[in-house]
Design a protein around this ligand. Structure first.
Ligand SMILES: Cc1cc2nc3c(=O)[nH]c(=O)nc-3n(C[C@H](O)[C@H](O)[C@H](O)COP(=O)(O)O)c2cc1C
Length: 233
């Protein structure tokens, strides 16, 4: 988990750094060259901090302000943004760098409307512009059994890369629910020996949920279980 967190952090530092090198220092961070996140409906989390701390602060802000977004505006997400999301997904850490993930970008409206018939908590797909199905190629695993961690890291990177670009997204669990794995795989033609792992609904956000604010120092111990941790250095 620590490794996953660090890698996610590096991802957002990278995304944020790209912004801060932009010619327009006043622009919100993490935009693509076309300023896509500045379009109406986009929700960049905050104005860019000034100076050399911009990248780090922006990266942390992406991490701290990501929320599950389930309401979307009806406007298209450019494939350039989808590509960035998938680049981020493939930069996730994986056991022995085995990268067991495969992806299906789902843009077909009939398919998006149909998936909720086999996934009880996926109703937002009817509004989403697209979804990404993360599939584990369990046949290619060098380190058997690690695919859930690898594919979770990729899925989290998808959420963060979407948010960093001003998009909204939500993780829809598929694995390990056997019925969802079977039904989603069947609808999307995934070979039976591969494992549909997670779906991510993506679109331009039509809701702002604010920060989760879930930090809880009581869940953190220092050196040994139940020895309270508090920042002292
Ligand atoms: C493994 C996993 C499965 C999830 N499945 C669903 C789902 O099927 N439908 C849904 O609307 N949200 C789903 N979520 C999103 C969670 O409900 C959400 O992350 C959680 O309530 C915290 O809210 P936040 O993401 O806004 O911080 C899932 C999240 C995870 C990590």
């Amino acid at each position: 988990m620590i490794l996953q967190g660090l890698t996610v952090g590096f991802l957002v530092v990278g995304l944020a750094a790209a912004c801060c090198e932009s010619k327009d220092a006043a622009a919100p961070y993490c935009l693509d060259e076309k300023g896509a996140a500045a379009q109406p409906g986009a929700a960049p989390a905050a104005a860019a901090p000034a100076g050399k701390d911009c990248a780090r602060e922006a990266a942390l802000d992406v991490l701290l302000t990501r929320r599950s977004i389930r309401k979307y505006e009806q406007k298209p997400v450019p494939d350039a943004m989808v590509q960035k999301i998938l680049e981020a997904a493939m930069e996730a850490p994986s056991a022995g760098n085995q990268q067991p993930w495969r992806f299906i970008v789902i843009r077909d409206r009939a398919l998006l409307n149909d998936i909720p018939s086999v996934h009880p908590y996926a109703g937002m797909l009817k509004e989403a512009d697209l979804a990404i199905l993360v599939v584990a190629d369990v046949t290619a695993e060098k380190y058997p059994g690690y695919f859930p961690q690898d594919c979770s890291a990729a899925t989290e990177n998808i959420l963060l890369a979407a948010h960093a670009q001003g998009l909204g997204s939500v993780w829809l669990g598929v694995f390990p629910d056997e019925e969802r794995v079977r039904a989603v795989g069947q609808k999307l033609g995934v070979p039976a020996n591969l494992m549909p792992f997670s779906l991510v609904a993506i679109g331009w956000p039509a809701e702002d949920k604010g920060r989760g604010g879930r930090f809880d120092a009581k869940r953190i111990y220092l050196d040994k279980w139940e020895a309270p941790w508090k920042p002292t250095l």
